[in-house]
Design a protein. Structure first.
Length: 262
């Protein structure tokens, strides 16, 4: 499958370069900017929110996007982040245990749902249940997912498939990527006929269709917590407060997130 390998390799390279570029730019402007490490699935909404924040005089916010596991590990290694927004409670808990976040700033910001997407804008709907012949639908194709043992979207996806009894039949057909947006891009390009992503991700790509939603009980609740890091600059508090306001709420809801914070 040279086409799939080529697309996945290119997408991973872009993701790594983007994250590296974001981190490399931080030290020179550290005093003037708020640096956010955020789950890749937040990109569309956060790009809109940071632009609105800057336009309103709130200051510049630099966001590095990636898999929550990668970002958490970088914070553990001393990467200069002011705010961490994870797609997983577990990775935020890991930083809390290491005293790398300010516990009083932590908030469950967003919720989401898990969906099965197919290539193309008008793919037929499917019922997601234990009777779904997903392996048969895939045929010789691949199921695009984020890393199933570390990246939250992949962890939720594997749990859902396991709960429904589908994992054994599709495990060998799964192609894993460093974050959920790369998995989405594989489906959009047609390199993978199906993928598992968040509902909010599906809205960001016109060349995929949501063909079904995984039952809520098939996986743990999807919660995106946010918190200031232990070394956060004072400016970061204002941006975290902005994320809890009406303007950010509207942007998150437009992209398919459920806003959990009051």
């Amino acid at each position: 499958m040279p086409s799939l390998r080529k697309t996945l390799a290119a997408a991973c390279t872009v993701a790594v370069l983007t994250l590296t570029a974001g981190l490399g730019a931080v030290p020179a402007a550290r005093a003037a900017e708020t640096t956010v490490f955020a789950a890749a699935s937040l990109k569309t909404a956060l790009d809109e929110i940071t632009a609105a924040y800057a336009a309103g005089g709130g200051g510049k916010v630099t966001v590095s996007y990636g898999g929550s596991s990668t970002l958490a590990k970088q914070i553990e290694q001393g990467a200069p982040a002011d705010i961490f927004i994870s797609a997983s409670v577990d990775w935020m808990d890991t930083l809390a245990e290491g005293k790398l976040i300010r516990p009083d700033s932590r908030v469950d910001l967003l919720g989401n749902t898990l969906v099965l997407v197919a290539h193309g804008a008008d793919a037929p709907k499917l019922e997601i249940s234990g009777q779904l012949d997903l392996a048969g639908l895939l045929g010789d194709g691949r199921l695009a997912m984020a890393l199933v043992d570390s990246v939250p979207a992949g962890v939720y996806g594997k749990a859902a498939l396991t709960s429904l009894g589908l994992w054994p039949s599709v495990e060998a057909k799964v192609v894993q990527s460093n974050n959920v947006r790369i998995a989405l891009s594989l489906v959009a390009s047609g390199d993978a006929p199906f993928g598992i992503v968040y509902a909010s991700d599906a809205r960001a790509e016109s060349n995929v269709s949501v063909v079904g939603t995984f039952p809520a009980g098939s996986h743990a609740p999807i919660v995106f917590p946010a918190a200031l890091t232990a070394d956060a600059k004072p400016e970061a508090e204002a941006f975290l407060a902005f994320l809890l306001g009406a303007s950010a709420r509207a942007a998150f809801e437009r992209q398919g997130f459920q806003v959990l914070a009051n």
